[in-house]
Design a protein around this ligand. Structure first.
Ligand SMILES: [Zn+2]
Length: 72
């Protein structure tokens, strides 16, 4: 399972494996998954990446997320 959530600091959309406790946002904030605002959960990382990209484009209007890769 992957969880899609927002950074508690900058509000950016992120995703990570559900088993992870934290995720470092590109803004520098280490987000605690439990405290973050959870958007949705999906089965695989590819799907999560797609959702994040769409949300990100909708909100910010630019596909900058493609530069980031999830650490496996
Ligand atoms: Zn952030």
């Amino acid at each position: 399972m992957y969880v899609v959530f927002r950074c508690t600091d900058c509000g950016r959309f992120l995703y990570t494996k559900e088993s992870n406790k934290t995720r470092k946002c590109p803004c520098g904030k280490v987000v605690k998954i439990k405290k973050a605002k959870k958007i949705t959960e999906v089965q695989n990382g590819k799907e999560a990446g797609e959702i994040v990209r769409k949300l990100q484009e909708k909100e910010y209007g630019e596909p900058f997320f493609g530069r980031y890769k999830e650490n496996e």
